[in-house]
Design a protein around this ligand. Sequence first.
Ligand code: NAP
Length: 247
Amino acid sequence: MKLSEKVALVTGGSRGIGLATAKILSENGASVIITAKNPDRLEKGVEKIPNSIGIAADIRKSDEVKNVVNEIIKKFGKLDILVNNAGMFPKIKQLHNIDEDEWNEVLDVNLTGQFRFTKEAIPHLQKTSGSIINISSDAGIKAYQGFNADAYSASKAALILLTKCWALEYSKDKIRINCICPGVVDTDMTKPFLNTQKDKDFMDNEHPIGRIGKPDEIGKAVLYFASDDASWTTGAVLTVDGGESIK
Ligand SMILES: NC(=O)c1ccc[n+]([C@@H]2O[C@H](COP(=O)([O-])OP(=O)(O)OC[C@H]3O[C@@H](n4cnc5c(N)ncnc54)[C@H](OP(=O)(O)O)[C@@H]3O)[C@@H](O)[C@H]2O)c1
């Protein structure tokens, strides 16, 4: 068991990549706390993850984020692992058609949300020499023709650089902070783009390995960073994308 006696918080753990990650961390011995904003989906997620609890929190609300970390400390006495996974994808639009509210919402969830959880978690991770894994995206590494989700790309690119900033800031506390950039993974987020066989074939072909990813393929990379197998790894950015970003 790579994570026995560890306490792990996975934001956005009710479905998709977060749910798969939470399951893998739990199967490897961690006590797992998942968050999401929708309480019904959160409850369903908890039922699928052994040794887990759910705490509802909208990542856009500082007081709710603070409450999650307080509740964890109250119940478990410590925090070892934070997976900054919660995220949203906007409507596809070219930049000149995005209104400011849409832009701000994406940054609020995908970037300021990660800031909120990290800020609350750090004082506890300082005590445990813990670890943070940020879930960014291939879209944070390079531009893709027709992708047209600029706020999303900006939020994910910022998270890559913040991974390196935070890794430097907190290495003296022995907190390791790493980042994963998935390609297209089969989740609710990407379902709208996989409606027809033609869409699916297109997405599969975008990835040199010949298919889109599965949520647990990201979860396994999270497990690596969270475990002692990565004890000398911090500030790293790992693409897990079937080769999409190297084209
Ligand atoms: N799927 C991909 O192809 C892909 C590729 C690259 C990167 N990523 C990144 O991977 C992460 C997970 O993506 P996914 O595909 O698993 O997404 P998903 O299936 O849409 O799940 C998103 C999760 O984030 C939570 N969430 C969204 N907005 C929230 C808010 N305001 N407050 C609290 N929780 C919120 C959702 O909770 P509710 O159920 O309550 O809404 C859900 O648990 C995201 O950061 C995404 O950008 C995904």
